[in-house]
Design a protein around this ligand. Structure first.
Ligand code: 6PG
Length: 230
């Protein structure tokens, strides 16, 4: 696994460069760019800047997936899909079939199984065992969680499924989340952290601190980038 760290005072601009460069390479090589979006607050300005990028990204050749979702309807204020819709989807021309929404309004186990089936159907068209993202964006929480892989939760132990419903007692909720097998099948994972208060945490994750779920993200045959806002 090739790892690089980008320390930046231009976090949003550099995030757009990382994503746009990955898109150009993937579309040039394979005619398609498969990008996974993360939730939370950090990526929102990045998605808004992506929508305004010049030259525009080749959206008809881009597939968008979601690394996790809350178990709420798509118009709920906590919905990652709603955040992406408002910051990005409402401002670009992307075919509806290119956006793979996790259906947070469904029973969580059913929603996870449905999403996994959708991704595996596409993967089979590429001759892949599991969907292999060209770029998978992640954030890191203060407890070292990433996607909705929280400390002490069952999804951390999942080795077979790509997408699961994960009970998160510390939030008293259930989330739908990618698992390590799917995350580590990505060609390139980029953690986006734009908070100086998290830099110690990032160093602990990078040093492999076992109780931090983000520390187990190791793209099997891909790149890992840390984009760190100063
Ligand atoms: C979510 C995200 C979650 C997020 C981290 C960091 O659905 O909330 O998937 O893993 O990336 O909590 O969030 P911030 O970037 O807002 O700190």
């Amino acid at each position: 696994m090739k790892e690089r760290v980008i320390n930046t005072n231009c976090f949003v601009e550099d995030a757009v460069i990382v994503i746009s460069d990955a898109a150009r390479r993937a579309i040039s090589d394979k005619g398609i760019f498969r990008l996974s979006l993360c939730g939370g607050g950090t990526p929102k300005p990045v998605y808004a800047a992506l929508a305004r990028a010049v030259p525009a990204l080749d959206w008809p050749r881009i597939q968008l997936t979601f690394g996790d979702e809350r178990t709420v309807p798509p118009d709920h204020e906590q919905s990652n899909y709603r955040m992406v819709k408002e910051s990005l989807l409402d401002h670009i021309e992307i075919p509806e079939g290119n956006v793979f929404r996790m259906k947070g309004e469904l029973e969580p186990t059913e929603a996870a199984a449905l999403y996994e089936r959708e991704l595996r159907q596409v993967a089979s068209r590429f001759g892949e065992e599991r969907y292999s993202h060209d770029l998978l964006l992640l954030g890191v929480g203060d407890d070292g969680h990433t996607a909705s892989l929280f400390p002490g939760t069952e999804a951390l132990e999942e080795t077979k499924h790509d997408v699961v419903a994960n009970r998160v007692p510390q939030l008293d909720t259930t989330r739908i989340t990618f698992t390590y097998p799917l995350i580590n099948a990505a060609r390139h994972v980029c953690f986006m952290v734009n908070s100086a208060s998290k830099l110690t945490l990032v160093n602990q994750v990078r040093s492999g601190r076992a109780d931090y779920p983000a520390a187990k993200v190791h793209p099997t045959s891909g790149e890992l980038t840390w984009l760190l806002g100063q």
